[in-house]
Each structure stands twice: as C-alpha cells, then as structure tokens.
Design a protein around this ligand. Sequence first.
Ligand code: ZN
Length: 284
Amino acid sequence: MNLVPMAEILNDAHKKGYAVGGFNINNLEFLQGIVWAAEELNSPLILQASEGAIRYMGMDYVAGMVDAAVKNTSIPVALHLDHGSSFEKVMQCIRNGFSSVMIDASKLTFAENIELTKKVVEAAHSVGVSIEAELGTIGGTEDDHKVEGKDAMYTDPEQAKEFVDATGVDALAVAIGTAHGVYKGEPELDFERLDTIKKLIDMPVVLHGASGISAADLKKGVELGVNKVNVNTDFQQVFTAKIKELFADDPDLYDPRKYCGPGRDAIKEKVKEKIMILGSSDRA
Ligand SMILES: [Zn+2]
C-alpha cells in the first residue's frame, strides 16, 4: 500500500486552516463511495476503520480493499484505526499496513492515559505511523465504545497542553459537546473551549461524533482550528435510507447490486457535501 502518514495530511490542514474527513468504512460500498467522492473533489482522505468494523470485514479484507483503492487513485490517502482500545490492537493494525492509529485511553486516569499513549507514540513513530489520542470523553455509542451522557467530560485546555507535550501525539481528539451515534436533541458545542485549546496546543485537532452537526457549526469548528472531522453515522443513515426507499418502491428487489449500488451513490453524495463544508477540496 502506498498510504501516507496521517500527520502529513493533517499538518498541511493545520497550517492552512482547513479540515479533512476521517471517514469510516464498513464495507466495500462505503470504501468506494468515500474514495470516489474525494477523488472527484481532489481532496486528501483519511479512511478509518473501527475495531468493530475490522472484526466485521476481517483485517485482511480491510487491508486488501484499501490497497486496491489506493492503487486506483492519485489522491493522498491515510488508513487510520478509529478508537484503538489497547497497545496490542494498535500494533496489529500497524503490522497490517495502517498509516495511522488512534489510541483511546481516555477512560483511564490522566497519568495512565499519558503513559499508554506515550508507549504507542514511541512504537508507531519508529515505523512512520501517526498517532491520534483523546482527552476528555466523547459521549454516545460507537461499536464497542459507549459513554453515557453524564460521563462525557469536556477536555480541559491546560491538561490538553500538558498531554500533548508529554506524549508527542500528532493529533488530539477533544471533547467539546459532540457525541457518537445519533443525537438526541440539538447538539451544543463549546466553541470557546475549542478556541482556547487550539491556541494552547497549536497542532491538529480532531472532532469526533460530527454526524448530525450542522454545516454552520462544522464550519465554525474548522475556523477555530479543527483539522479532522470524523463521520460515520451520517453515511450509515443515507446508505440505509436509500435501500429502504428502493425496497418500498419494489419489495421484490433481490439483486444486491440494484440496491447497494444506489446506497453507495448516496454515500458518495454525502461525502462530497462534507468535503465542501470542511474545505479540503482541491488540496490533494
Ligand atoms: Zn470517535
């Protein structure tokens, strides 16, 4: 695979003030819809897979499909592990060619989070792989990852500075009021906190749980220094909505190409919409 390290993509975004999508893949149709959209808009791309998605597809299939996608495109692509849960899981992805990993030790104490993240940074950087870590906890549910509303803790700016200095991570995911999965009610983001964090750490900032966040709020986030925006649920929803619509029209449909293909087109359109909001078009 000729993947690029995620840091390469994000450092340019940080320098020039735009954001790149961290778009989750769940199957072949997601992968193609996402890559084709980025290609059409000449945008750099961060493909990411959660541990649940890797279990669903199989590691060899993830690596093999992404390899095929990369061979067939000229845009810079990074392959990133979303919410790596342990040192072992992260190493498994690095061995299988991922160019970036997230270690999510945000449930541990601050000191333990630093210790584990540092260990992952040393291992990953020694082979040119980028690292994203998280401080504070992002609410909601994503695969195995579940944080109840009351346990979602916003990122403390001073701690963020101490954390990035101590660990040497390439990107930091911050908790400012977004949630994974589907929003209950109107999400409210703490932009002031984001602004303070960005000015203090002066490096790529990641926003998780961006599905369901309005275009205006996403744009404001990018203006205040967000450089990577994770989207999964939005694509799952448009894919499924399209398939439901097709079956409502014709319940006798049986050829998967006749409904997965249009589902893939729906993902592609949604990805293009996100890329235009994030400002990464023509940056490849
Ligand atoms: Zn996340």
